[in-house]
Design a protein around this ligand. Structure first.
Ligand SMILES: *Cc1c(COP(=O)(O)O)cnc(C)c1O
Length: 226
């Protein structure tokens, strides 16, 4: 079973891994957008992979956690190019690794460890995301998030303004940009707004967005005429 642990477009995240079919219990996951954001039980997985660019460094690196028996290559296609062979890569890694991306990731891992490891990183991820979900949920419908609460992503918070009002959404983006908050458009397939708060986003940045959202609602919410 292959799944994506955090789907970034709508902002949907698994709280715990799904249970694979017992007849073929191999579980594989793409954790690019939420790797290093919570403790995970690696023994439940055959393969975990995650690119560095969102949560643990600069682009150019992908960490793979591969179960030992899968490194034997028993099920590999004979014609598999060596780049795709876990067996060959594990035994004889590429001779030209992206050393700066690896060094950066190492330093970031040391940093995460120094502040309390995955428990602390998870606490921060919950605190940051909850801050924005609270604004949305307490806005009386001005802002809305359409994801089932128990599956809401801690990394990508999707948000629509007054039933996806295009004019207000554009205004929001423009005014946010003036305050230095950019790249908050929803994915082109769903529209709206999307606040991506990967590991590198400090609480201060989220707080700034929270305050802006409150202010924006005050300013633009249409109050019924008395
Ligand atoms: C972002 C992402 C990717 C691809 O990342 P790029 O930055 O577009 O290369 C792959 N998988 C998941 C789950 C992602 O969130």
């Amino acid at each position: 079973m292959y799944y994506c642990d955090n789907e970034t477009i709508h902002g949907v995240e698994y709280r715990k891994p799904p249970t694979p079919n017992p007849r073929n219990p191999l579980l594989m996951t793409d954790m690019t957008s939420n790797f290093f954001s919570k403790p995970i039980d690696v023994s439940k997985f055959g393969i975990i992979y995650a690119g560095s660019q969102k949560n643990y460094g600069i682009p150019g690196l992908t960490i793979m956690v591969v179960r030992n028996d899968l490194l034997k290559g028993d099920q590999e296609l004979g014609s598999l190019p060596s780049e795709y062979s876990y067996k060959k890569q594990a035994k004889n890694p590429t001779s030209k690794p992206p050393v700066f991306a690896i060094l950066f990731a190492l330093e970031y891992m040391k940093y995460m460890k120094s502040i309390g490891g995955m428990k602390e990183i998870e606490r921060q991820a919950i605190a940051k995301s909850q801050m924005l979900y609270d604004v949305i949920d307490n806005s009386g419908g001005f802002y809305r998030n359409l994801v089932e609460k128990s599956s809401r992503s801690r990394k990508n918070i999707h948000c629509i303004i007054q039933n996806n009002n295009k004019e207000l959404t554009e205004k929001f983006k423009k005014e946010a940009a003036k305050r230095g908050m950019i790249q908050i458009s929803g994915h082109r397939s769903v529209g709206g707004l999307r606040f991506s708060i990967y590991n590198g986003m400090p609480l201060d940045g989220v707080l700034r967005m929270k305050n802006f959202m409150l202010e924006f609602q005050q300013k633009y919410e249409m109050k019924p005429k008395l």
